[in-house]
Write a protein that binds this ligand. Structure first.
Ligand code: PMV
Length: 345
């Protein structure tokens, strides 16, 4: 019996991964930059045991049928690690998220990062961070950015070995925070996997491809110099451009034609406009969004109370959940004692 536990945080992209150059390998069209989020985490324990005749997977207390889509995706990922370790031993996987899935945090990013690291460790594989990032990417593209610490850049690359993420700034580099405002718990109609595929249907796709390499350089430089204004301008434009692509990616939903994907809810737009208003009156805050209705408000640590008060003042009768995160470390192995403490939290 071989066992290990790992912890990983989801990450928030400032320059987005949207569109795949290779769907099977999860190679993106463009590079991306992100920050690990301290308040959300996934803890995964994996046990390989000769006694199992199949993989047994439990997520947040719910055991997945091994033929269920999510179960198959995890087993296929374990096969990649088993192949490297030259073993066919099945495993038990127990995963816990401290945040509900589908509420604005990329559980697939933290999930596949924690799974990759825990499985590699249990199988006795000594893999570099680069190798772990490559493997995590195969499970879910953005998971490769949850392997390194703090702020990460994912190089798009052109094949399996050249597409991975590295740390570009450590956890303590910058005092920016993310206030995630979860405005809706509804499951989204179009998955990000389908969104990636549809992106090229947008007439604005070509324009985005031209913009994104310059933006990567500017966001990287703004992080390095801690230039909050330059950073904010880039990330807010980036988020709207991703959604402009999504909103103009036409598709067929069962029998009906749809002009584009709206990941927003009415409250999403409301908040975006509020952030712009606050900025016009001197409070320097910016927003970004992933493929969902959650608004991520980015500000400096010293503005946290002010921003939280403004959101609460506005949303006192609405059921919005707010989660504040600092930059967090990357994926790491934890001991049984730490595991016990984590499970109690
Ligand atoms: O890793 P995926 O397939 O869930 O795609 C993530 C897509 C975005 O969150 C919208 C952008 C990003 O870079 O994380």
């Amino acid at each position: 019996m071989r066992r290990a536990s790992a912890i990983a945080h989801p990450n928030l992209a400032f320059v987005k991964y949207w569109g795949k150059a290779n769907s099977e390998l999860n190679i993106p069209f463009n590079g991306s930059i992100s920050m690990n989020l301290s308040s959300a985490k996934t803890v995964t324990t994996i046990t390989f045991d000769e006694g199992y005749d199949q993989d047994h997977i439990t997520i947040d207390g719910e055991t997945l049928h091994h033929q269920a889509k999510a179960g198959l995706r995890i087993s296929q990922h374990l096969d990649r690690l088993r192949e490297i370790a030259h073993t066919s031993t099945f495993a038990q996987v127990i995963t816990r998220n401290n945040f509900p899935m589908g509420t604005g945090f990329a559980s697939s990013a933290s999930g596949f990062a924690a799974l990759t690291l825990a499985a590699a460790s249990a199988l006795g594989l000594e893999l570099s961070k680069k190798q772990l990032s490559i493997l995590a990417r195969r499970g879910s593209g953005s998971a490769c950015r949850s392997i390194p610490d703090g702020f990460a850049e994912w190089f798009a690359g052109h094949d399996n070995e050249s597409s991975y993420a590295i740390e570009i700034a450590p956890v303590g580099h910058w005092d920016i925070i993310d206030i995630a405002v979860v405005v809706s718990n509804k499951a989204k109609l179009v998955s990000s996997s389908l969104g990636h595929e549809l992106a090229q249907n947008s007439p604005f796709w070509a324009a985005r491809s031209q913009i994104v390499s310059g933006r990567l350089a500017r966001v990287r430089a703004a992080i390095e110099k801690r230039d909050f204004s330059a950073f904010g301008h880039e990330i807010e434009s980036e988020a709207l451009e991703l959604h402009a692509i999504a909103m103009t990616s036409s598709y067929n939903l069962e029998a009906s034609w749809q002009s584009g994907i709206f990941y927003w809810e009415p409250s999403t737009l409301h908040l975006l406009k509020l952030v712009q208003e606050w900025r016009a009156t001197g409070l320097e805050v910016y927003f970004t969004l992933d493929a969902g209705p959650t608004v991520h408000i980015i500000c400096r640590q010293q503005q946290e109370i002010e921003v939280l008060q403004r959101i609460s003042g506005f949303a006192s009768d609405l059921n919005w959940n707010m989660v504040v995160s600092k930059p967090a470390s990357g994926s790491r192995i934890i001991s049984d004692t730490d595991l016990e403490a984590e499970t109690k939290n």
